[in-house]
Write a protein that binds this ligand. Structure first.
Ligand code: GLN
Length: 239
């Protein structure tokens, strides 16, 4: 089996350890003998249906987000990503990437950045940074991560949260929701990186990607996640 991971704007949107998610996905494929290729989808890169089996979109500061929002709109990559998610292609987005997948992100200064409208959400820059460990309860059980940003994301009527905050801020520090889940696409504020400490979520993304690609039920070979689970437990205890 072969898997192509699309790192959306990996040269620009990769802060707070988010590339660790790509490393985790790659290693969990290699440990199972699954061939894996990581493609950076940069500004100016053409993106077509079927090119990518699993998308990752990391965090970035307002300046990078402005460049990326423009490319998503002008290059029609946003439309391709939306239609790929509609047919079940999995996607994980974190923070700045997550913000650009909603209706819009309004930074502190400058124009409102249009999102691609994948998630029924919108984001407003907050007046203080939300920083710290986060623990949420989700369909994957407890997920642990680290938050650092000012943006506050609000779920509109069609949006479904990834989970509920046990410790930390979540989407906006008010409504106790964290992230957004739509089909096999996830948005969240969980840097850390997220996947090395949440192996169940990593494998869910890989399973969904392989099932869509090969149109069959996939049973991933179990991995001894002793280190991952220790990291998960200690992150939870630190929160
Ligand atoms: N610039 C955005 C904010 O501050 C996203 C930052 C990030 O990706 N950590 O909310």
């Amino acid at each position: 089996m072969k898997l192509i991971i699309g790192y959306l704007y990996g040269d620009l949107m990769n802060i707070y350890g988010d590339t660790g998610n790509i490393i985790a996905l790659k290693k969990r494929c290699e440990w199972r003998g699954i061939d894996v290729v990581v493609k950076n989808i940069a500004i100016g890169t053409k993106l077509s249906k079927g090119d990518i089996d699993l998308f990752f979109f990391g965090g970035g500061q307002d300046q990078q987000q402005e460049l990326v929002a423009k490319d998503l709109e002008e290059s029609a990559k946003g439309k391709v990503i939306k239609s790929e998610v509609e047919r079940g292609i999995p996607l994980l987005s974190v923070c700045g990437g997550y913000q650009l997948l909603g209706e819009y992100y309004q930074p502190h200064k400058g124009p409102r950045l249009p999102g691609i409208g994948l998630f029924d959400t919108y984001t407003l820059a907050g007046d203080k940074r939300m920083i710290g460990n986060i623990v949420i309860e989700s369909m994957f059980g407890k997920l642990v991560g680290f938050e650092t940003r000012s943006g506050k994301t609000y779920l509109k009527k069609e949006a479904f949260p990834l989970g509920l905050v046990k410790k930390g801020f979540g989407n906006n520090g008010k409504d106790r929701t964290e992230g957004c889940l739509y089909k096999n696409a996830i948005g969240c504020y969980m840097h850390g990186s997220l996947l090395p400490k949440n192996p169940k979520l990593a494998d869910w993304l890989l399973k969904k990607a392989l099932e869509v690609k090969y149109s069959e039920d996939i049973k991933l070979e179990p991995i001894d996640d002793i280190l991952e689970n220790q990291a998960h437990k200690s992150a939870q205890e630190r929160s």
